[in-house]
Design a binder for this molecule. Sequence first.
Ligand code: NAD
Ligand code: ZN
Length: 358
Amino acid sequence: MNVVSVDTPGGHYPITIAPGRLDALASAIPADATRIVLVTNPTIDAIYGDRVRQALAASGKPLFDVLLPDGEQYKTWETLQLIFDAMLRQKCDRRAVIVALGGGVTGDIAGFAAASYMRGIRFVQVPTTLLAQVDSSVGGKTGINHPLGKNMIGAFYQPVAVEIDTDVLRSLPAREISAGLAEVVKYGLILDREFFDWCEANAQALRALDPQALGYAIRRSCELKAWVVSQDERESGLRAILNLGHTFGHAIEAGLGYGKWLHGEAVGCGLVQAAELSAEVEGLPREDVERVRKVVAALGCPVQAPDLGEQRWFELMKVDKKAAAGEIRFVLTPEIGRAITRTAPDEAVRAVLSRTVA
Ligand code: NAD
Ligand code: ZN
């Protein structure tokens, strides 16, 4: 079992990582909780619902569940209301505790419900996708989509605990694993050269869900994200480095239409493009660009970007949330293990597109 502590102005909490952790969920429920509201979706409920309800019963608290429709397209105001409707109907007071069981979509919606129900109640994150385990469940960003933009409505709100069962990844499609691994290697690129080396050496073990490799990768990712978030909970500076690969990646997702590529797949490709740009303008050695390309491919993500047309690429990167006043701010790595943010000349970006677009 691994425990990582998160320490932010918005709250201190443990991330517990262990195979079989689902069976110990009762230990995450605060002693004074009046109710448990289990928020999940039918897909996850069918695989893990009974086991989780049984584990939570050991807390002795009454429980009811709220099933949300499955999919990013349901990360909406209407779905959020389902949680409030159920909780008000059940007369939940301020000591009710939400347990979010699922991927990033479930965690983001349930977290936002916790942030706003009666101005804030406690919640526990039980992430069940690799992306949610290494990224979305840690750091306190919660929210929903608006028809005019992704993740536009939300709150910074920290859970009281994150409970990670590495065994649940066995029921996840291989593509989802590869997508999550792109976010894992991202942490090495921005903050920890040794971890990058380790990911390179263990790419096959990770894809094969080797329990030890996976446990270590998740722990190290959570530690690195927890460190960044402790320095800059509300993204006024440092936290932006977590967006390495995301300016290119978001352009791919939006340009192809959301859902064509998984978010993590687009980020994987974006990591290669960001490495190319880092070579152009920050002197990242060419052999390191090739290492990035190789490791992204070895983790099972695409390394050739789709042909969106040069002008469209620029438009899409400019509407990225992180672009300020029409200027594109990129996260770049002058060397593996260190990240900066800066703008780059269009010429350099064009050179990168010509080398990375299929
Ligand atoms: P997701 O929540 O849609 O899950 C992907 C699919 O896998 C879903 O169909 C889900 O039901 C299914 N699933 C989940 N766990 C499973 C399991 N163990 N076995 C079988 N199937 C399982 O997608 P995601 O990739 O986990 O999360 C993406 C969301 O996360 C996006 O909305 C994104 O905006 C958000 N996100 C948030 C943050 C943050 O900091 N809050 C960071 C990154 C991403
Ligand atoms: Zn991401």
